[in-house]
Write a protein that binds this ligand. Structure first.
Ligand code: ATP
Ligand code: MG
Length: 545
């Protein structure tokens, strides 16, 4: 693969060349409050990718400072996701590993008059922060003596106060232009059991205090985060400048991945999962890595996608077509072909001489003979797609209609002689003649059928659940307050399909159903007895990246 180039990699190259750093250390710092999305994959590919490319190390560091939202389930899922993407984490750490260190750093700030215990209510703290146009107001507790701050902070830790009674704040500048710098909260009281530290702590450090110090303690050389933390960089630097850490990593921001027709919100997905709006975190409609995996996406596709979107500071929304392109691009050559009929219309071959089916050989992949062949059967009782028949077709219709001929893919040419209808007049069976000398590969009939359609033998075909997944939202850019009403009601259409048995028997799990799309045997529910296929993506569209 050619070298990736972007402003962050350029910076890393420069820092190495100039001796600013001796080696590269990055980190990926997820909060274990949900499953990872393809947005996180962008950050994973960047952090792990850079370490791989420059011979460095990456910490997988769980940012577990909010016990109310975090759990071991999410920690385990995140590890599985990263593993699946194919990245090796050098070291797994937790922000909670550093709780003792962080507490000492907080004491250091207090001792230097740079932090104080504020006893205002959370509402008052918020109300006195000011705005872009107005400075904040200083807390009446801002000038507490150092000894009193130290003692109160100790008692906060000892569990002597209820949630919300006090917070520890940095003593910076209530008039700072950057609101983040107006005496930010560093610690709050939370009487909650933590999934790793249990009840050892009842005060928990805030993100802005924790993150920079963990980076520094781990010797992270390039701390990469998304643009919404740009304003927090000043605080990141302030904390490191004012505590006795030796190492001061630079924070470098890049734009988040946003994708059309979906969102990247852990909170919204959590709500959907909890309310049963989707089947779980691995619902194939979600852009979670678990969902994409279950849908049939491979790590290669996701990594290809991440390298195509690149890394910049431009905020944008990537077209869903690019992700779909990456799937098709990988499956085009790799996926064996087969036939499935999603909405079967029975076809009876009236002149077929026997009740027994005959076996035909069909290639698994027209352009890849080395994949071998599969056996399909042809006989009296078949099915075609209801869509592939029309009673009174428009001109140039290329499928089946009364009196017309089509070729059955890998089979014979048939002609529709009679339509059997139900009481409502709807076609329920087609009676057709076939031309024995028109067999695919050895056609001597000289006939010119209108088109080619896929089909399955009803006597050997297997009934399968086929799930047609589509976009999660009906609009390209869901708006934050209307997300629920903008969900696509057709994001899942379930069908009882008829599929050729070779698809179920084959070891492969991803196939092209000819003319329909790429499908994946559902890794949880599929079995030979009850086949379940998920649609990964439809067949081509005109998109070119
Ligand atoms: P959410 O609010 O959905 O949980 P987050 O940004 O809070 O998202 P974290 O678990 O804190 O999620 O993120 C871990 C890392 O992944 C961070 O460095 C974050 O910047 C990065 N990340 C998260 N979402 C995206 C995204 N959509 N594009 C790029 N990077 C992302
Ligand atoms: Mg988060």
């Amino acid at each position: 693969m050619e070298d990736l180039r972007d402003f962050i990699r350029d910076r890393v190259r420069r820092d190495l060349a100039d001796g600013v750093v001796e080696g590269v250390v990055t980190r990926f710092p997820p909060e274990p409050n949900g499953y990872l999305t393809i947005g996180h994959a962008k950050s994973i590919c960047l952090n792990f990718g850079i370490a791989e490319e420059f011979g460095g190390n990456t910490y997988l560091r769980f940012d577990d400072t909010n016990p109310l939202k975090e759990s071991q389930e999410f920690v385990d899922a995140i590890r599985r996701n990263i593993d699946w993407l194919g990245f090796d984490w050098g070291t797994v750490t937790f922000a909670s590993d550093y709780f003792d260190d962080l507490y000492r750093f907080a004491e250091e700030l207090i001792d230097n008059g740079l932090a104080y215990v504020d006893s205002q209510s959370a509402q008052d703290v918020a109300a006195t922060r000011g705005s872009f146009t107005e400075p904040g107001r200083e807390s009446p507790y801002r000038n507490r003596p150092i000894d009193e701050n130290r003692e109160l902070f100790r008692r906060m830790r000892a569990g002597e106060f209820a949630d919300g009674e006090h917070v520890l704040r940095a003593r910076i500048d209530m008039g700072a232009a950057n609101l983040v710098m107006r005496d930010p909260v560093l610690y709050r009281i939370r009487h909650a059991t933590h999934h790793r530290t249990g009840d050892d702590w009842c005060i928990y450090p805030m993100y802005d205090f924790t993150h920079c110090l963990c980076d520094a303690l781990e010797g992270v050389t390039h701390s990469l985060c998304t643009l919404e933390f740009e304003n927090n960089r000043e605080l990141y630097d302030w904390v490191l400048d004012n505590t006795g850490v030796e190492f001061h990593p630079p924070q470098i921001e890049f734009s988040r991945l946003n994708l059309e027709y979906t969102v990247m919100s852990t909170r919204f997905f959590r709500m959907l999962v909890e309310r049963g709006g989707v089947a779980g975190w691995d619902d194939p409609r979600l852009p979670t890595l678990s969902g994409l995996r279950r849908r049939g996406y491979t790590p290669e596709m996701i990594r290809d996608f991440c390298s195509r979107i690149g890394v910049t500071k431009q905020e944008n929304r990537v077209e869903m077509e690019l992700l779909e392109f990456c799937a098709r691009n990988a499956l085009e050559d790799a996926a064996p072909r087969g036939m499935a009929v999603l909405d079967p219309l029975p076809v009876t071959i009236t002149n077929y001489p026997s009740d027994e089916d005959e076996v035909l050989e069909a290639p698994w992949h027209q352009k890849r003979p080395e994949l071998g062949t599969r056996r399909i059967t042809f006989g009296r009782s078949l099915a075609i797609e209801r869509d592939d028949f029309m009673e009174s077709p428009p001109r140039r219709y290329r499928r089946l209609s009364p009196g017309e001929m089509v070729r059955l893919r890998h089979g014979f040419i048939i002609r529709c002689d009679e339509v059997i209808r139900d009481v409502d007049g709807e076609a329920v069976e087609l009676r057709c003649a076939y031309f024995p000398e028109s067999k695919s590969g050895s056609d001597t009939s000289g006939l010119r059928p209108k088109g080619v359609v896929h089909w399955v033998s009803r006597s050997s075909g297997v009934s399968a659940d086929v799930r047609l997944y589509d976009r999660l939202f009906s609009v390209a850019a869901p708006s934050p307050d209307e997300m629920e009403s903008q969900l696509n009601p057709e994001s899942l259409v379930a069908r009882k399909a008829l599929v050729e048995p070779a698809l179920v028997e084959a070891e492969a799990s991803r196939f092209q159903f000819e003319r329909l799309g790429y499908f994946y045997k559902d890794p949880v529910e599929h079995s030979a007895a009850t086949p379940v296929f998920n649609r990964i993506v439809t067949l081509r569209d005109s998109y070119r990246p």
